[in-house]
Design a protein around this ligand. Structure first.
Ligand code: GRF
Length: 194
């Protein structure tokens, strides 16, 4: 699910094509019909849903998205620059199965402008985090992190670009690890029910 340029989505898609992530993207959903990331999704022949959330309550909009995800029998959701908080109903529909990437070492600098927050706070190391989504803002359990040094001459743009490179590396790795963990849990559940 994305709202913008979709570079993390592309990184995941390419990792799938290379066989590094054992998954299939069954649909791509955006809450902004003009999101640039949808162009790539359409070019790749993926099922694209561009919904407008304008004027809809969080619950009503999320119910529409949930209906699409359920129709496609989605097992796991990757938020990739999805700029909208999810309703409790949505999160409960996919417990432990919604991932997000954030451009800081959480719990530092949650929310918007994480790279600017890092510069303003004078930290020497920042980075990115893949975490499970819960009802808070960037508060769910952390799955993976990658550090990025902050350089004296960094601007928001230069720092964001270096963090983004790490995001593209980290997200597919964390996703595959989650997929493997889910598969192992499924296997042990079916073994114990024998
Ligand atoms: C990334 O920096 C991600 O960490 C944050 O939003 C940005 C999305 O970029 N959640 P992109 O749309 O994946 O290029």
């Amino acid at each position: 699910m994305l709202s913008g340029r979709g570079s993390n989505f592309q990184a995941i898609h390419r990792a799938i094509l290379r066989g590094e992530v054992k998954a299939e993207i069954v649909c791509v959903v955006s809450n902004l019909p003009g999101a640039a990331g949808l162009t790539y999704a359409r070019e790749q022949g993926l099922a694209v849903y561009a919904l407008s959330s304008k004027g809809l309550s969080r619950e009503t909009f999320d119910q529409q998205v949930l209906a699409i995800l359920q129709e496609h029998q989605v097992e796991l959701i990757c938020l990739a620059g999805y700029m909208r908080l999810l309703s409790p109903g949505f999160i409960q529909a996919f417990p432990g199965r919604t991932l997000n990437i954030h451009p800081s070492l959480l719990p530092s600098f949650p929310g918007l402008d994480a790279q600017k927050q890092a510069l303003e706070n004078g930290v020497k190391i920042t980075g990115c985090t893949v975490h499970l989504v819960d009802e808070g803002l960037d508060t769910g359990p952390i799955l993976a992190q990658a550090p990025v040094p902050v350089l004296c001459e960094d601007t928001v743009e230069t720092l964001s670009a270096r963090i983004l490179t790490e995001e593209h590396r980290l997200y597919p790795l964390a996703l595959q690890a989650r997929i493997s963990a889910m598969a192992a849990a499924k296997r042990s559940m079916s073994a114990s029910s024998l």
